[in-house]
Design a protein around this ligand. Structure first.
Ligand code: B12
Ligand code: SF4
Ligand code: SF4
Length: 313
């Protein structure tokens, strides 16, 4: 490739991303992370609970340049998934990110589209990642200037708040890095104070064992008595530490139809949820991230929530 400046490639990627409904793009040098000790402490304190997979590929997580030959640049993308209404059947709460279609494949296809054009037009090679790779996505989003890591651990953007998915491409081409984002939490600590289970060990550090999101999505076995009570009325995931964040006043309803709340989810009554059978579960959650909790997991969550809200004894 000759005579193509870095800014042309950056502009090309950014323009493509906007056409594909991403709301933010940022660029960082792909190299070792600067938070190795924070991450290792998190694992050593077992704050990852039973998510044993968080212990794997440590070398790559600490240095994502090992994920691609001749890796040079980490490009980070944010996708707005905000849905205003997450009160289902009035009695229960559901994490907004799971009200629509599973984001993994949808976003990866878009990133692969960008990569194909980069290869064709500029002979640039790369790999796309969404959520599941050993990449500290929030760290890279902050470093590439998309937003900052709030005290609630979430990546917050100034224009859209924190209800954004993160994803990346790593490419074998040097591009000017953007500046790390400034932190705008200030003296606020609403998220820390509002967490119903006291899951924050301190600012920026979450003990997954106490987090409703972990308990309702990742935990495989039956609940202990304490866990049953901890989940309150949250039947899948938890948005509380984001709902209280003042920056989420800037959240805007997503324009991506696939991420809008499915009617089959928001229109079910409390009775429908309590009586949900495996066929209805499969119909309602076809191509949905909720499949991660499996039918038995969701049913377990519904029963515990229904007891907490006194719908059943
Ligand atoms: C494991 C995981 C979880 C676990 C653990 C969460 C956690 N806080 O780590 C559980 C199951 C609990 C979880 C819950 C949720 N998750 Co999750 N999860 C992940 C996953 C797969 C890995 C995260 C990770 O590496 N954690 C390890 C910790 C140590 O890393 P970290 O939180 O990023 O912390 C770093 C920084 O905070 C920094 N740091 C540490 N200490 C300090 C101190 C200071 C002062 C500073 C500045 C920095 C700093 O160093 C740490 C290591 O780099 C990512 C995808 C990915 N590959 O990154 C999605 C991801 C983080 N999850 C996501 C979502 C949407 C959620 C939920 C909102 C879902 C829900 N509604 O129920 C909740 C939010 C809970 C919360 N408050 O964090 C999104 C977040 C998008 C965003 N805007 O931030 C991600 C990025 C997935 C995606 N591709 O979009 N998740
Ligand atoms: S997701 Fe819910 S339980 Fe987890 S830290 Fe935030 S408020 Fe607490
Ligand atoms: S609630 Fe306050 S402290 Fe927490 S993430 Fe939002 S701005 Fe930061």
């Amino acid at each position: 490739m000759e005579n193509v400046s870095q800014s042309v490639i950056k502009e090309f990627i950014t323009k493509k991303a906007m056409e594909l409904d991403f709301v933010k793009v940022g660029f960082a040098k792909c190299e070792k992370v600067e938070v190795e000790s924070e991450f290792k402490n998190w694992i050593n304190n077992s704050y990852h609970a039973e998510m044993k997979w968080m212990e794997n590929y440590s070398e790559k997580r600490m240095d994502p340049s090992l994920l691609l030959d001749n890796a040079k640049t980490m490009v980070v993308f944010a996708t707005n998934y905000y849905n205003k209404n997450n009160k289902i059947a009035d009695e229960f709460s559901f994490a907004r990110y799971a009200l629509g279609t599973d984001y993994h494949e949808l976003i990866k296809n878009k990133l692969n589209g960008i990569l194909n054009e980069l290869k064709e037009k500029y002979q640039i090679n790369g790999r796309a990642f969404v959520d599941t790779a050993p990449i500290l996505e929030r760290y890279w989003a902050e470093k590439s200037g998309i937003g900052w890591i709030g005290k609630n651990c979430n990546l917050i953007t100034r224009d859209y708040g924190s209800f954004v998915f993160l994803s990346e491409i790593i490419i074998d081409y040097d591009l000017n890095p953007d500046q790390k984002h400034k932190n705008f939490c200030g003296t606020c600590d609403k998220c820390i104070k509002s967490c119903p289970t006291d899951a924050f060990v301190k600012e920026n550090v979450l003990d997954s064992k106490k987090c409703i999101s972990y308990i309702t999505i990742e935990k495989r076995e039956e609940f202990t008595e304490t866990e049953s009570k901890m989940i309150g009325n949250n039947i899948y995931g938890c948005d509380i530490c984001q709902d209280v964040c003042p920056w989420n006043r800037f959240a805007k309803e997503t324009q991506i139809t696939e991420f809008q709340a499915r009617e089959s989810i928001i229109e079910k009554s409390a009775k429908d949820w309590l009586e949900i059978d495996i066929e209805t579960y499969q119909d309602t959650f076809r191509k949905s991230a909720v499949k991660r909790a499996k039918y038995s997991g969701l049913k377990r969550n519904i029963l515990a929530s229904a007891k907490n809200t006194k719908l059943i004894r």
